[in-house]
Write a protein that binds this ligand. Sequence first.
Ligand SMILES: *[C@@H]1O[C@H](CO)[C@@H](O)[C@H](O)[C@H]1NC(C)=O
Ligand SMILES: *[C@@H]1O[C@H](CO)[C@@H](O)[C@H](O)[C@H]1NC(C)=O
Ligand SMILES: *[C@@H]1O[C@H](CO)[C@@H](O)[C@H](O)[C@H]1NC(C)=O
Ligand SMILES: *[C@@H]1O[C@H](CO)[C@@H](O)[C@H](O)[C@H]1NC(C)=O
Ligand SMILES: *[C@@H]1O[C@H](CO)[C@@H](O)[C@H](O)[C@H]1NC(C)=O
Ligand SMILES: *[C@@H]1O[C@H](CO)[C@@H](O)[C@H](O)[C@H]1NC(C)=O
Length: 345
Amino acid sequence: MMRVFCGVSELLLCFIVCVSSESIPIPEDVRVTSLDMGLVLEWDPPQNTTDTLFNYTAEIRNWRNHYEPGCVRSSSLSCDFINDITTFGVYQLRVRTELHGETSDWVETKNFTVDEITEISAPRVELTSRKGQTEVDITDPPMKKRNLRDVYTYVSYLIFYWKKGEAKKEELIRDQNRVILTNLEPLVDYCVEVAVLYMTNKTSQFSNMTCVTNTSSNEAEPGLIAVVLVVSFLVVLAAVVLAFLAVWYSYKVCKIIFPDPKLPENLKQFLSQQSQSPILSAMQESTQLKEHFNELRIFQKEPDSSQDSQHIQEDKDTCCTEADNEEMASSTSEEKHLLAELTLL
Ligand SMILES: *[C@@H]1O[C@H](CO)[C@@H](O)[C@H](O)[C@H]1NC(C)=O
Ligand SMILES: *[C@@H]1O[C@H](CO)[C@@H](O)[C@H](O)[C@H]1NC(C)=O
Ligand SMILES: *[C@@H]1O[C@H](CO)[C@@H](O)[C@H](O)[C@H]1NC(C)=O
Ligand SMILES: *[C@@H]1O[C@H](CO)[C@@H](O)[C@H](O)[C@H]1NC(C)=O
Ligand SMILES: *[C@@H]1O[C@H](CO)[C@@H](O)[C@H](O)[C@H]1NC(C)=O
Ligand SMILES: *[C@@H]1O[C@H](CO)[C@@H](O)[C@H](O)[C@H]1NC(C)=O
């Protein structure tokens, strides 16, 4: 009884679907596109209906075998499923046309895994040439999920290089992303194109052509040697100058701290002659020798004119007093006194 009911309901379902599919045309040219581990379903509007604006609903069948909506009643002709996928999951997509609440049949894709169907965009390539070595630096294209080398265990690079303007291309396959090109002619423009090889026989998009001129190793190295020579010469020169300055200054400092004990020759002679003089020898022998001398006073006559004194006053600072003047006078007379004593000696 239950089986019959089920069969009837299935028939009914089929009838409804068939009727609706007759009235609402399905989307055309449904295709899965995947670039760098993304996932997008694309389609065209139903045939011969370009005037009508349809809505579309697209869904993804996940690992629990359930269809989940990606885009619902959208007028767009594509649906992005990047947020609904993992790297290695098996997926199936479907899409249908909707028009004023009525729907078409589903159009289903095949089962697929994203890592198997995805296209890889071109790697980034930098070409440099120095000291006669031309180097290709390759950067993996960024993935929308994970990194390229996390998704594929074996990744290599296909490198084409050729003389600019010539048709014949050399081919290289390398695992490392820094490659030195060999056997290049000097000072010739070389061009390079690189693609990523993945999944044993799949090739990514090719990079844009990049060209560089091979530098001559014979030119670059003498330049380097000259630079090294000049720099080392300057360093040695600086060291010598510094050493000289250091020695000279330390010599000067030594002379200030420890003055030369040697006296000039004529002074020595003079001193040796003087040492024979009786006064000096007497002074050396006894310091308690009584000295006899006559007191001599010298008085200096101060200029008397009032004009002169006024002139002095003007020259001197305003703070100076007459007392200062007197003191100075006395001190000069004292000096004279001492001088007289010395001459007596
Ligand atoms: C669409 O129209 C063309 C003629 O314009 C016709 O040949 C073709 O069969 C039509 N296709 C469908 C699906 O109706
Ligand atoms: C498409 O869907 C929108 C709502 O999402 C609705 O307003 C519109 O009428 C629909 N268009 C058609 C042609 O079904
Ligand atoms: C995809 O896989 C599911 C379950 O694994 C299966 O039911 C379905 O028939 C498959 N679809 C295709 C088109 O192979
Ligand atoms: C790549 O290899 C797979 C099997 O590993 C094969 O089915 C496919 O045809 C190959 N493609 C090319 C372009 O060689
Ligand atoms: C290649 O060049 C085209 C235009 O010349 C540019 O739009 C594109 O982004 C370039 N591709 C890469 C990978 O650099
Ligand atoms: C570039 O030219 C020089 C000669 O100047 C040559 O020795 C060198 O091998 C060339 N570069 C490469 C990568 O072959």
